[in-house]
Design a protein around this ligand. Sequence first.
Ligand SMILES: Nc1ncnc2c1ncn2[C@@H]1O[C@H](COP(=O)(O)OP(=O)(O)OP(=O)(O)O)[C@@H](O)[C@H]1O
Ligand SMILES: [Mg+2]
Length: 158
Amino acid sequence: MTNNNHAPEKGGFLSFSIGSLEQLKELAEKVASCLKGNEVILLQGDLASGKTTFTRFLVSALDPSAGEDVSSPTFSIMNVYETENFPVYHIDLYRVKQFDISDFVGNGLIIIEWANRDTVEDNLPYLFISIDTKGDKRVFNITGSEKLIRCLKGYFPQ
Ligand SMILES: Nc1ncnc2c1ncn2[C@@H]1O[C@H](COP(=O)(O)OP(=O)(O)OP(=O)(O)O)[C@@H](O)[C@H]1O
Ligand SMILES: [Mg+2]
C-alpha cells in the first residue's frame, strides 16, 4: 500500500494504491482504529471495486465474528451488524438512490455503498472514500472530517 499524495482540501486528503486484499485489510484496520462509532463512511466506486470487501475487513477489525456476517446489502438495502462497542448500519444505495439515515445517525457507525459526497451533512464525522480501479490496482482517495483524517495520517508519517 502506498500513500500517494497530499492535495490540500478542508480536513485533508489521503490516497492509497491498493494492490491486494492484504493491503485492503491493512487500510480497513487503520480506518477502524480511528472510529468511535458515530461516523458515516461514504463509499463510492465502480461495480466490484471493493466496497463490500472493505466493509467486511473494517467490521472484522471492530469485531471478528461480526465480520463474518458482512454481505452485500444490494437487495436487503440495509444490513445491521452488532460489534463489540457499537452497531454498524451497512447500507447500499445502488437500487434505492435515497435512504433516510437520520434514525441511525449518532447511534452507530453508518457505512454507505454507492454514496455521493453530499449524502451526508458537513457537520457529521465522516469519511468519503472514492475508489478508482486502475488496471489491477484500486486507488482509494479519502477525504473527510479533520479529526478522522488526522488520525489516519498518523499511520502514514510523511
Ligand atoms: N484489493 C483487492 N484485491 C483483490 N481483489 C479484490 C480487492 N478488492 C475487492 N476484490 C475482489 O473484487 C470482488 C468484488 O468486490 P466487492 O463485492 O467488495 O465490490 P463492491 O464494490 O462491493 O461491488 P458492488 O458494486 O457489486 O457492490 C470480490 O471478489 C473481491 O474479493
Ligand atoms: Mg458491494
